[in-house]
Write a protein that binds this ligand. Structure first.
Ligand code: EPU
Length: 338
């Protein structure tokens, strides 16, 4: 078992923040993970698990052990008339998993094409885009308890999935390492094209008979047109969540801002497009040294090169304060801060 010391974490976070980890190791099996977790270094220091590193902002050196999950493999484990149950290693790149599903005509994740990150991270924050969330196709996951090293299975009802939320971000935070996820995919597709931009993209593509590949292509086109590619410009996708406010508060805002964007979620609640408010508050395309707000999607903060995590965090503080001052609404970060 090898632990590297004082290594740069720049390649391991999509924001491209150059901080160091005191110790670093990777694992590609449950057994190797269990061995590492019993080692005195893992017992004596804080441990941070990273997958694709696409939902973290590192503001300082990590004075502990960073563990990279590299458990690979995708396998069909069961099928019935309507569904296939496909298990993927937590270290599998999410988009590669989507491509696998497209190639095998397994439906359900086509709207989630091109989301950065790994399979293991997908249930952590119930990733979602264009009208679909991972909870819609989630069956179960296997994890290792960091306390007693036992393997545990979580079924959908155990995960308390919500909007970019699960038990793994809340009551079970830092207690388990997800090692594989099993998805229940559909043999007969149930196309979700009602998210405005998708239908428009499909129309532009001239699609008449819909299939899952067309939807994935449309989603990729939309994402490529507004979301920065982390390989070109550091970012972690949406930095903030879209806040929910009461329908009454939304109506008050709409009196002042008739073009405000919001979607009813539950009775008397409306999810407001944070990107719209941030843009309206004047931040879209803003840049201070190398920390910035993306010019095509204001919900995404970017590292133009040499920004520190502290600078990006400071920019997020300013945006939160400014949106609160103008709209009376608090934004909450979606990205995990370390
Ligand atoms: N908008 C603006 N200005 C902006 C950004 C957005 O006016 O700078 C408006 C848009 O015109 C649109 C509305 O806000 O009317 C919503 O925008 P968009 O469709 O781009 O989606 P979003 O609500 O900003 C969410 C997710 C994204 C996901 C998209 C598509 C969150 C926090 N973000 O963004 O997820 O790709 O919907 O489903 O829910 C992520 O989580 O990292 C992520 C990228």
């Amino acid at each position: 078992m090898t632990f590297q010391e004082n290594i740069s974490l720049k390649p391991f976070n999509t924001f491209g923040i150059d901080v160091a980890a005191k110790y670093f190791a990777s694992f590609n099996s449950i057994e190797k993970l269990q061995q590492i977790l019993t080692h005195p270094i893992a017992q004596g220091y804080p441990v941070l698990i990273v997958g694709g590193g696409s939902n973290i902002l590192l503001t300082t050196n990590y004075e502990g052990l960073v563990l990279k999950n590299e458990i690979e493999g995708i396998q069909l484990i069961r099928e019935d008339e309507q569904h296939v149950y496909v298990q993927a290693g937590a270290g599998v790149n999410w988009h590669q998993f989507v491509l696998y599903c497209l190639a095998h005509a397994y439906a359900g994740v086509e709207n989630l094409a091109l989301i950065p990150g790994s399979v293991g991270a997908s249930p952590m924050q119930n990733i979602g885009a264009y009208g679909v969330e991972i909870k819609d196709v989630f069956h179960s996951l296997e994890a290792v308890s960091r306390q007693n090293l036992n393997t545990v299975v979580f079924y959908k009802e155990d995960c308390a999935f919500g909007y970019r939320e699960s038990v793994f971000k809340n009551i079970c935070k830092d207690q388990f390492v997800i090692t594989s996820v099993t998805y229940r995919l559909n043999k007969i597709p149930n196309f979700k094209t009602s998210y405005g931009a998708i239908q428009h993209a499909l129309d532009e593509m001239g699609v008449s008979t819909l299939n899952i590949q067309d939807i994935a292509t449309a989603v990729m086109q939309i994402r490529n047109s507004k979301l920065p590619n982390p390989n070109e410009i550091g970012n972690a996708g949406s930095f903030f969540k879209n806040p929910e406010i009461t329908a009454a508060d939304f109506e008050v805002l709409r009196n002042t801002y008739p073009d405000i964007v919001g979607y009813p979620t539950a009775e008397n609640l409306v999810k407001v497009a944070a990107g719209w408010m941030i843009e309206k508050a004047g931040w879209k395309g803003y840049r201070e040294k190398d920390a910035g707000c993306h010019s095509k999607q204001a919900l995404v903060l970017v590292n133009h090169g040499q920004a520190t995590g502290t600078e990006i965090f400071a920019l997020s503080e300013k945006i939160i304060a400014s949106v609160h001052e103008q709209f009376g609404v608090y934004l909450h970060r979606e990205v995990n801060i370390y």
